[in-house]
Design a protein around this ligand. Sequence first.
Ligand code: CMX
Length: 136
Amino acid sequence: MIKKIDHIGIAVRNIEKAKKLYKLLGLEVSGEEVVEDQRVKIAFIQVGETRIELLEPTSDDSPVMKFIEKRGEGIHHIALEVEDLEGTLRLLAESGLELIDKEPRKGAHSTRIAFIHPKSTNGVLLELCEGYSSTH
Ligand code: CMX
């Protein structure tokens, strides 16, 4: 059901500053996009099979801004790639987990995503995603 860790999301105050480290390490920063729905600007760094996603809040009411104000910059979420997002959400809901999204919503690069509340995941915000292709 789970294919791999798709990405690890890191909350940053400023993407332009944050991406310098990864460039220094010889990694490519790509896929910059504003996800209006989530009120974040993002950039991806491919690292082998998986990716790092930098997340910069675009407004004061962004969930990422709330996170940074409360806990500082740092690991914000882990995203798992699933084959069947609806089926996985149904299974988790039936098992009593607290889902932030009961239905998939639109993520970056035309993916479909859903979040599971950190209360149900030992304090780590988990994202499930479907539909990313490395040819993007
Ligand atoms: N990881 C772990 N714990 C988190 C968290 C995170 N990213 N964000 C919040 N929490 C914790 C808080 O520390 C708090 O814990 P305590 O009750 O122990 O203090 C609790 O969750 C509630 O936090 P809050 O600050 O009151 O925030 P809200 O309940 O309003 O929202 C959450 C928290 C997770 C429901 C909300 O941030 C959310 O819906 N997130 C999903 C969407 C999102 O994060 N989008 C940005 C990424 C978009 C992308 O990748 O494209």
